[in-house]
Ligand binder design. Sequence first.
Ligand SMILES: Cc1cc2nc3c(=O)[nH]c(=O)nc-3n(C[C@H](O)[C@H](O)[C@H](O)COP(=O)(O)OP(=O)(O)OC[C@H]3O[C@@H](n4cnc5c(N)ncnc54)[C@H](O)[C@@H]3O)c2cc1C
Length: 339
Amino acid sequence: MHDVIIIGAGPAGLSAALVLGRCRRKVLVFDSNQPRNSTSAAMHGFITRDGMHPSEFRAVAREQIRSYPAVEFHDTEVTKVERGEGQFTATAKDGRRFTARMLLLATGIVDEIPQIEGFHQFWGKSVHLCPYCDGWEHQDEPIAVYGRGIDGVEFALEMLGWTGELVLCTDGPADFPKDQFARLEAAKIPLIETPVARLEGEGAQITGVRFRDDTVYSCHALFFTAPQRQRSNLARELGCKFSEDGTTLDCKECASTNVPGVFVAGNTSRGLQLVIMAAADGTQAAFTINQALLEADCPKTDAEVGACAVPSTQSADGGAGEREPHIPACARESKVAAP
Ligand SMILES: Cc1cc2nc3c(=O)[nH]c(=O)nc-3n(C[C@H](O)[C@H](O)[C@H](O)COP(=O)(O)OP(=O)(O)OC[C@H]3O[C@@H](n4cnc5c(N)ncnc54)[C@H](O)[C@@H]3O)c2cc1C
């Protein structure tokens, strides 16, 4: 049996695979090749990787992981996962079944992009979600912010950090309280409530937003807010708890979920939705999983056996059991004395 099944080979899953490979774990990595940033041409904000194409990032990661032969990739979707006694069984799209002791879900999320003509043409190239990822490239340019409700106002105000030349398009009546109009006015951000007809431009470059009254706002980029959903239903089917708004998976700092033996990493759970954060999450999950496996496999004294040490997939923290687990030096809380 394998040690770990990782579902999802984006930055989170890949990072976990690397660390678990280095821990000499037998790992199966499944990926359906639908990364969240698939439309993006350049990934920003990851130190040493700034501007790299996202597919190159994933290719380099896989190349490096190839040095760890116990990590095995399967480029296919996992359609079902069952939790049994001390093991998980994943069924791939072609019907093949695989088992492992622990499960890591790094399945990512989907952004629900507005159903507007032209959106897909520019999405990820000159139509963006996140100014931390793509704001620098459009600094001081005319920008349209597309968003409804208070989220739209907040986003437009945030965009002032990158340009002073922007409008907020609510694509219909602005359904926010009076004080929000005042905030926009104070920041000199024009509000356009006219419904949007389509986005216009050439190739991947947006040149303007055309409204239903045939007026056009000329811009070099559009930033928008959008609802999100989980890319996969596997976590729900396993009984994992979700945040109150139902979008992200609940997990502890150590990446464990309420379902024993199931861990999560990356955008599917919490925190800043950036590549470097997803990669760090993957490392955290790999660390917790490996510690749990080490603990479960550690030879027990008679007293410990009597105290019924908990099998690895039976407790939510990965099965640390009764004994205080050893914490490697790199993971201990720093207690450096003052000079
Ligand atoms: C247009 C765009 C541009 C972005 N630009 C940046 C940027 O410049 N800098 C930055 O830091 N962040 C950027 N982001 C955010 C970045 O994409 C995410 O933070 C990152 O991809 C999250 O990594 P992840 O591993 O959690 O998920 P993902 O990268 O989405 O990977 C999840 C993987 O799981 C697979 N999967 C899902 N379900 C299954 C299943 N059942 N079986 C098998 N495989 C499955 C998917 O196919 C996918 O490959 C951008 C996002 C978008 C939308």
